[in-house]
Design a protein around this ligand. Sequence first.
Ligand code: IPD
Ligand code: CA
Ligand code: CA
Length: 255
Amino acid sequence: MIRTLEEAAIIAGNIIRDGFRKQFSIEFKTNKMNLVTEIDKKAESAIINYVQKNFPSHGIIAEESGSTGAKSKYVWVIDPLDGTTNFAHGLPIFSVSVGLMKSGKTICGVIYDVMRDAMYSAEVGSGAFMNGEKIKVNENDDLEEGVIVTGFPYNIRENPDNAIEKFNRFLMNARAVRRLGSAAIDFCYVAEGVFDGFWEVHLNPWDVCAGKLIVEEAGGIVTNFKNEKTDIFSSQMLATNGKVHNKMLEILNMD
Ligand code: IPD
Ligand code: CA
Ligand code: CA
């Protein structure tokens, strides 16, 4: 199935690359921070057409068009363009994220970092890869020597959830804190050992499905802020190399 997911992600990636820094229409979703472009929609339709043509019995959970057959045995979880704000402003950090669930469990996932032409993939029990090369989380156990990453939800003005306090605390305890603007890429950089950890609240299933599996298959850990196992519907996400997990939990739970 991995090859099939990769094929779907490449079809969407080509649409996104062709549209980058060109003219496209933009609409607001819930507010002026939360955008959807014509390219998000085109990329999503292309993936959905691909699934419906090749796997007509499979269900779909997709960001822009919602769910169909979400109770099917196999369900594709699709973020056609993760990093829409970056894309809309011409910043080349965005990805396509596609996960496949079987009976409620993610069995494989791919994240395609479009402008780096980097295809991250994982299948449950078989490890994680970037363009075919095995990837692993890093071994650092000292947060003071680590670089970590986060993101902020579009409803932050209504639900600040101590986001700035947490960000400040991590600034004081890590070598550096980044905010890239694509949760899927954040997961990949943890899986690849670039970042030591990634935390965020209010993510959606399509932001998480492929990335969580990729981190776990690269030897990392993904929990909520209480150190409990999460599923893709969980609202809190902490993904780390495992070695800085407790320290990050401690900092997240200071309030
Ligand atoms: C967003 C990005 C961003 C994260 C937001 C997501 P979108 O997804 O992943 O990094 O901070 O929470 O909603 O809207 O670009 O697909
Ligand atoms: Ca997203
Ligand atoms: Ca998206």
